[in-house]
Design a protein around this ligand. Structure first.
Ligand code: FAD
Length: 117
């Protein structure tokens, strides 16, 4: 368990940012291999996340909400729901998942080009 609340919060913000951005860039039509990769990533994230209390809670959330990997949209919405479950537990504001598609960008040129077309 990380003792310092500030470090835990910074780690949380950085981790959510990475997670949501990754899900927002997940293929719209993933292959079986890509789906398996995302699923593995999420379960390993739950094992290795370096805040023990957070990781334990996240593993329970994975049981309750199995990762959705069928499409970019399904994966992004799943990430939003899981983050909201953490928000609820920590008594934070609930995020409107309808707006998530506009929020997370990676700044990757080729993805931005594709979006314009
Ligand atoms: P954060 O919750 O970090 O969110 C950052 C930004 O993401 C918000 O400002 C908002 O713009 C956006 N956002 C908010 N909700 C959503 C959503 N549902 N979908 C998409 N975007 C959203 N901390 C603990 O103290 N105890 C725990 O058990 C714990 N478990 C955690 C488990 C995981 C897997 C992770 C990644 C973090 C965990 N944290 C935990 C950290 C905690 O969730 C916060 O990251 C931290 O408290 C900082 O909160 P924040 O208010 O800055 O916003």
């Amino acid at each position: 368990k990380l003792g310092n609340e500030t470090i835990k919060q910074e780690l949380g913000r950085a981790s959510w940012k990475l997670l949501h951005t990754m899900l927002a860039r997940f293929p719209e039509k993933p292959t079986a291999d890509e789906r398996e990769a995302l699923k593995s990533y999420l379960y390993l994230f739950g094992r290795l996340y370096p805040c023990g209390e957070c990781a334990t809670h996240f593993r329970l959330l994975l049981q309750k909400y199995p990762p959705q990997t069928s499409s970019r949209d399904a994966a992004s919405q799943w990430g939003c729901v899981v983050h909201n479950a953490v928000n609820e537990r920590l008594r934070k504001e609930i995020f409107d998942c309808g707006t998530i598609a506009d929020k997370y960008h990676c700044g990757c040129a080729e993805e931005d080009e594709k979006k314009k077309k």
